[in-house]
Every structure is written in structure tokens, then in C-alpha cells.
Design a protein around this ligand. Structure first.
Ligand code: GEK
Length: 244
């Protein structure tokens, strides 16, 4: 992923904080923003690559749902050894999709990549051996999340894998506060000021609604996944694998 500009979007005091949107301003600084905000992001991207080498099977499709600038797509394209596969990256932000396409064009790879601008809820997945929802489900309307996960389960072949990464909440208020504090310390250590942290939090309030881990697991079970395991957690960020 190319180096990006520094994220200073919330550095000045804003009189009215608008809801967060994945617009051109965000797309411009996205690699910097996500790596300074999501603990373990580089590890998760790297692991998605590793998993794709193992799980992507010959002649199958791979879906990167909410692909942003294509970090997971590019990690998978580098790692996949199976022949005749295709990676389909989907995002509904025009600014993200434009830049993502440029990144994909800038790197060579044997596996073809198609980047589509659409709502991931509209994607009809088929013949998939791997799907990635890397910090995307949290932006989907809560009532539609089961439908989304059902669609993924239906599109995966038996033995296919979903990587689901999310920010999570805890139903235990004490633990919730503790994990939030630790995450804010992480952001401070990465150069974000208290003002930036507070303003971004307000901007995300209506846009990113987190579930707790049991809710994620039961949704996956309802959709028919048979093997489910969290493989990463740092503070209130986790990633899990679910195999059909
Ligand atoms: C990464 N996976 O770098 N349909 C399509 N895209 C959507 C939708 C939707 N309904 N809602 C949100 N998005 C990436 C990081 S970022 C996570 C994913 C974050 C898109 C949105 O436009 C944005 O690009 C992405 O989901 C979420 O591995 O910023 O915390």
C-alpha cells in the first residue's frame, strides 16, 4: 500500500461535528488513519494474505467486502497460489473505489481483480472459497447484518472461509470502559490529540454501531458456519475466522 498523507481531519475544533463519511478527504488519508486507529491492522492484513494462500481454491471467487483502498485485496493477490481465481472487491464509496482501482493497477499479480462500486448488501456471491469483512459489518444497519452474513454463508463453498474483523463492545460496562481507555491510549501514542479522539468518536456515533462478541458468534452460527474461532483481539478490536 503506498504511503498516504497524514490524517489531520479532526485536529481543529469543529463547531458542529458531521457524521463520519468515507469521502474524498478520508480516502486521501485512509492508510494513515486506519493504521494509527486500529490496533493490529497490519497483522490482520498480513494474516488475511496467509489465509488466502491456504483456503483459496482453484477456479473460485474471493470477495473483499468493504475493500476501501484494497489492502486486503492486494495482500490476497500476492499470496494466492491457486489458479484461475478472481478477487472481487466491493465498496460503496466512490472516492475509495477510484483510489482502490489505482492501487490495484499499480501492482502486478496473476490473479485478476475486479473492483465494484456498490452496497455490499447487493452483492450476489457465488462459488467463493474466501470472503473478507475487514471492519465493514460495523457500518451496516444492525437489522441487516444477519442478512449480510447469511448471504456470505450462502455464497461460500463448503470449506470456504470468512474473515470477520470488527470493533466490539462489551455488555459489561466496566470492561467496556477499560477497553475504550486502552484504545484511546493507543491512539494518543500514535499522535492523535484528545480533541481529535473526542471529535472522531462523536462523528462515528451514529455511523458505526458495534456488537458484542456473542452477538457476532450467534449470527455466524445462525447463518450455518460450522467452525468459528476468534484468532485476534487487541483491546476492543477483534478478528475471527468462520468456516462453512
Ligand atoms: C481494509 N476492509 O482496509 N457497502 C459497501 N461498502 C461499505 C458499506 C456498504 N454498505 N458500508 C461501509 N462501506 C478495509 C477497511 S473501512 C473500516 C474497511 C474503517 C465501506 C466504506 O466505504 C469503507 O471503505 C469500508 O467499508 C470500511 O481492510 O474505516 O474502520
Amino acid at each position: 500500500m503506498p504511503r498516504s498523507n497524514t490524517d489531520v481531519i479532526f485536529s481543529n475544533k469543529q463547531s458542529k461535528i458531521k457524521d463520519f463519511a468515507f469521502d474524498a478527504q478520508v480516502a486521501e488519508v485512509f492508510p494513515d488513519m486506519i493504521s494509527r486507529s486500529v490496533p493490529g491492522y497490519a497483522t490482520i492484513i498480513d494474516t488475511i494474505g496467509q489465509l488466502s494462500q491456504h483456503y483459496v481454491s482453484e477456479g473460485s471467487n474471493v470477495y473483499d467486502l468493504g475493500c476501501s483502498l484494497g489492502a486486503a485485496t492486494l495482500a490476497m493477490r500476492q499470496a494466492i497460489t491457486a489458479k484461475q481465481c478472481k478477487i472481487i472487491g466491493v465498496d460503496n464509496s466512490t472516492a475509495m473505489v477510484e483510489r482502490c482501482q489505482r492501487h490495484v493497477n499499480a501492482f502486478k499479480g496473476d490473479t485478476p481483480v475486479e473492483i465494484i462500486e456498490d452496497n455490499i448488501l447487493n452483492v450476489e456471491m457465488n462459488n467463493a472459497s474466501m470472503a473478507v469483512l475487514n471492519f465493514t459489518l460495523q457500518f451496516i444497519e444492525p437489522d441487516l447484518r444477519q442478512t449480510m452474513i447469511n448471504n456470505v454463508a450462502q455464497g461460500l463453498n463448503t470449506g470456504g472461509i470468512l474473515v470477520l474483523s470488527e470493533k466490539i463492545s462489551s455488555t459489561d460496562d466496566v470492561c467496556d470502559d477499560l477497553l475504550i481507555d486502552l484504545h484511546h491510549n493507543f491512539k494518543r501514542a500514535n499522535g492523535y490529540s484528545d480533541l481529535e479522539i473526542a471529535q472522531k468518536r462523536t462523528a462515528l456515533e451514529n455511523v458505526m454501531r458495534t456488537d458484542d462478541l456473542p452477538t457476532h458468534i450467534s449470527r455466524l452460527e445462525t447463518a450455518g458456519f460450522t467452525h468459528i474461532s476468534p484468532w485476534f483481539q487487541c483491546f476492543n478490536f477483534f478478528s475471527l475466522v468462520a468456516i462453512k
